[in-house]
Design a protein around this ligand. Structure first.
Ligand code: GLA
Length: 373
């Protein structure tokens, strides 16, 4: 009997051992929002998965077409972004360098990448005082008449928007037309020849060319009261004529500026004009003054930048009903126009991804929120 009993005990022990050996190991806790590069490498979610378009806003990036032939850059774009903007190749000087000769080759590469990866494209920019060839304002060796300049403006906008119709969902129709100082309008060649008619004509031509496209006015320092209020007046005038749908705030900011008060005051003001808001050219400089000396990317800078990005994104999430898109003016710290502006040759680090495309503290900070917050 004792033998039977010990055999029975042995059978129980063996079955416990078998069961415990075959039981699935405890699953690892699921990583929703990674907090380190190690965790980031274990998941595939990116910015667009945390800030979903339905609940928050599109996540966009300005690109050069050379990014698409760099496997690491392409992978980073695909993981994080669902909206593309051309850094340069949709500007007038690229699309129509000489009169009547349109060249869409480079711009179409952006469309192709976007289509292949289910992304939107924001058009940038139809009318600007920079990167516009001088022939636009010339008639032979004389300055062109207002009529000729406006005819060229209409021709450019119509041809470009027809080419991209159905592929570009929104356009920065006019970029940077408001003066930085005491004047209302920037004294550009456009303004000198055409007065403010070039602005209204541009929006009218754009509305007629593609009635489905969303039309934006885009500018920098639009957060500060001086430019903000002038831009507001322009938006109200355009909106009263059903010519504008949104304001693009460029977002060339830094680790200290702008304050939350300025940002929210601008969001309140622009949304009261009945337009949607997009941050169209976000980069957060690690320098706050032109006299700051060049520096390596220090831990202190990383912390200050994460705090600034966290602050900006908390406010963006508060205004998620008004904001429809956030676009960075570049992908990662290995390439930014800020390396040469405003101080030539001073290396800057304005993005969420470092020079080797790894996420920075700022990345982990902005994705650290509960769904619905
Ligand atoms: C402005 C323009 C952009 C770009 C940047 C500098 O913000 O809107 O197209 O040229 O300057 O890179």
């Amino acid at each position: 009997m004792a033998k039977i009993l010990s055999l029975f005990k042995l059978a129980i022990i063996i079955s416990i051992v078998i069961v415990s050996c075959t039981r699935d190991p405890d699953p690892l806790p699921e990583i929703k929002q990674p907090k380190s590069i190690g965790e980031y490498n274990l998941v595939s979610d990116g910015l667009k998965d945390y800030f979903t378009s339905d609940e928050y806003f599109d996540m966009g990036v300005a690109v050069k077409t050379s990014f698409f032939t760099d496997p690491d850059a392409s992978a980073l774009i695909k993981r994080h972004f669902n909206s593309l903007t051309a850094e340069n190749v949709m500007k007038w000087s690229t699309l129509q360098p000489t009169e009547g000769n349109f060249n869409f080759t480079e711009a179409d590469k952006i469309i192709d990448f976007a289509v292949a990866n289910g992304m939107k494209v924001r058009g940038h920019t139809l009318i600007w005082h920079n990167q516009t060839p001088s022939w636009v304002f010339m008639d032979g060796s004389a300055t062109a008449s207002k009529e000729l300049v406006l005819q060229r403006l209409r021709e450019h906008i119509t041809t470009v928007m027809h080419h991209f119709q159905g592929k570009v969902y929104a356009w920065d129709v006019v970029n940077e037309a408001i003066d930085d100082g005491s004047a209302t309008y920037r004294g550009s060649t456009w303004y000198t020849i055409c007065g403010t008619d070039y602005i209204t004509e541009a929006f009218e031509a754009a509305r007629a060319a593609d009635p489905e496209a969303k039309l934006f006015y885009n500018d920098y320092s639009a957060i500060g009261p001086t430019k903000r209020d002038k831009i507001y007046d322009l938006l109200v005038m355009l909106k009263n004529n059903s010519l504008v749908d949104g304001i693009g705030l460029q977002g060339h900011w830094n680790i200290e500026w702008p304050s939350n008060e300025l940002i929210t005051a601008a969001f309140e003001k622009f949304s009261s004009a009945g337009v949607e808001i997009q941050i169209t050219e976000l980069d957060v400089s690690v320098y706050t003054s032109n006299s700051d000396p060049e520096s390596a990317y220090t831990d202190d800078m990383a912390l200050d930048q994460a705090i600034a990005y966290g602050r900006f994104f908390n406010t963006f999430r508060e205004y998620k009903s008004e904001i429809t898109g956030i676009t960075w003016w570049g992908l990662a710290d290995n390439y930014t126009w800020l390396d040469d502006f405003p101080v030539p040759g001073r290396k800057n680090y304005p993005f969420l991804f470092d020079v080797t495309y790894d996420p920075k503290l700022a990345y982990f900070t902005i994705i650290d929120f509960e769904p619905g917050e």
